[in-house]
Design a protein around this ligand. Structure first.
Ligand code: PFF
Length: 438
């Protein structure tokens, strides 16, 4: 058997699409996209966002997928096929993935805790205080992050087919079912239409530079580009699958799920006349506070946090595969040994990151605690930087043609122009502005 045949491959096309969509649909879709859409002009934002994701961010997505698919290697090996000196960029993708994991698993742990609180229907009078005390506590959040990581590592250890593909085939349909139930509930709430108006009401006056950068940053993060994930998932694709079709399927499904998340969240927030928020505040304070006051609130709470759980799990598994595959292929390790090493490294980072919300809160670098620092460093600097490197290498050195992606001449010319000039220029501006994910 050739070495190539020893590499894992997705067993089914649907398995690959579900895994890639599972990676893309994460916390970014649920607690960030709807808010940004409402803030920056509703359906006017949506039009701009669709343009950006289809014509600007689709290119690095297609390139990352094709780069993996053609080289059949993980990040370091893939970059080394262009030139050995470029290995450093492969490692940079892996470092980015590990740094993101270190805080993403902390949030995963919070989600597990909130499922528990809603299942036992704990009486919490104010989630603002509760959340602040909980995340600052030294033991439980760390333990939960490590348990969540251990479960993810178990599926990573089981491998691409029995682990990653299997769990996505189970969780993504469940995710769809839960989000539909929640949508049906939300739209029947009093004042639901106010929530939908906030999200969809077009306001073309809000289209400005800041909004364009918000759309670009969101599109990059939500597609999991620049973290090495797409490259590794692409490397498990079968030769006869189309990267272009797959990329657009991922983009469309990711956007549909982000919109559905908004249809769930805003009617709930507006039904009690509260202000909308984004990020951890929305998920862990505003919504739980509402759930305690409305009929069937705790059932709604269980469903909502289960939704977050599925979204977070399928994204987390994708990011952990990045360092795991790198260890397996660069150091000839077994999947078992590689999984154990990744478990130890991410745990060792997640613990101080979690503690930085409490006892290590005074330990600051550039004025930020570890949690904020890792978030800032990855979202604002490493993701755009890694993606610019990818676009420049693929646009100027490898050429889309050589990746055998576009067969139609006119389409090729257009995408080549976008990849060579437009996408990198937009990303450089994003990198310089550096303010998107504060
Ligand atoms: N696309 C993911 C999201 O929107 O949340 C980005 C991501 C973050 C993927 C963290 C994986 C991950 F571990």
């Amino acid at each position: 058997m050739s070495e190539e045949n020893l590499r894992p491959e997705w067993a089914t096309k649907i398995g690959f699409i579900l895994a890639a969509v599972g990676s893309a649909v994460g916390l970014g879709n649920i607690w960030r996209f709807p808010y940004i859409m409402g803030k920056y002009g509703g359906s006017a934002f949506l039009l701009v966002y669709l343009f950006i994701i289809f014509f600007i961010c689709s290119l690095p997505l297609i390139c990352e997928l094709s780069f993996g698919k053609r080289t059949k290697k993980e990040n370091v090996g893939a970059y080394a096929t262009i030139n050995k000196k470029l290995k450093i960029f492969g490692w940079l993708n892996i470092i980015t993935a590990v740094l993101i994991s270190s805080y993403y698993f902390v949030i995963d742990g919070w989600i597990a805790k909130y499922i528990y609180i809603n299942v036992v229907n704990a009486s919490v009078s104010d989630y603002g205080t509760y959340f602040a005390n909980f995340v600052a506590s030294p033991v439980v959040p760390c333990v939960l992050a490590i348990i969540f990581l251990a479960v993810v590592i178990f599926f990573i250890y089981r491998g691409v087919n029995k682990g990653i593909e299997f769990i996505n085939k189970v969780m993504m349909p469940l995710f769809l079912a839960v989000i539909i139930i929640l949508c049906a509930f939300s739209v029947t709430l009093p004042n639901a239409s106010d929530g939908l108006k906030f999200m969809f009401m077009p306001d073309f006056n809000k289209i400005n530079g800041e909004m364009l950068l918000a759309a670009l940053g969101q599109a990059l993060f939500t597609l999991s580009i620049g973290m090495g994930i797409i490259l590794v998932y692409g490397s498990y694709m079968k030769k006869n699958e189309s990267t272009v079709k797959s990329a657009y399927t991922i983009i469309i499904l990711d956007t549909v799920f982000a919109l559905l998340a908004g249809i769930v969240i805003f009617p709930i927030v507006f039904s009690v006349g509260l202000d909308v928020d984004s990020g951890a505040g929305l998920a862990f304070i505003t919504l739980p506070n509402i759930f305690t006051h409305i009929p069937f609130g705790n059932i709604l709470g269980v469903l909502f946090f289960t939704l977050l759980f599925f979204a977070a799990f399928t994204s987390s598994i994708s990011i952990v595969e990045v360092p795991t595959s790198a260890l397996i292929e660069n150091f000839n390790l077994s999947r078992k040994t590689a999984s154990v090493i990744v478990f130890i490294v991410i745990s060792a980072l997640a613990v101080p990151v979690s503690l930085s919300m409490g006892v290590l809160g005074n330990f600051k670098i550039f004025g930020k605690n570890l949690f904020d620092l890792f978030d800032y460093l990855t979202s604002n600097i490493l993701l755009p930087f890694n993606t610019i490197v990818l676009c420049i290498l693929m646009g100027w050195f490898v050429k889309l043609r050589n990746l055998r992606i576009f067969h139609n001449k006119a389409v090729y010319a257009m995408f080549n122009f976008l990849l060579k000039f437009v996408t990198p220029a937009a990303l450089v501006i994003l990198l310089l502005s550096g303010t998107m994910f504060k």
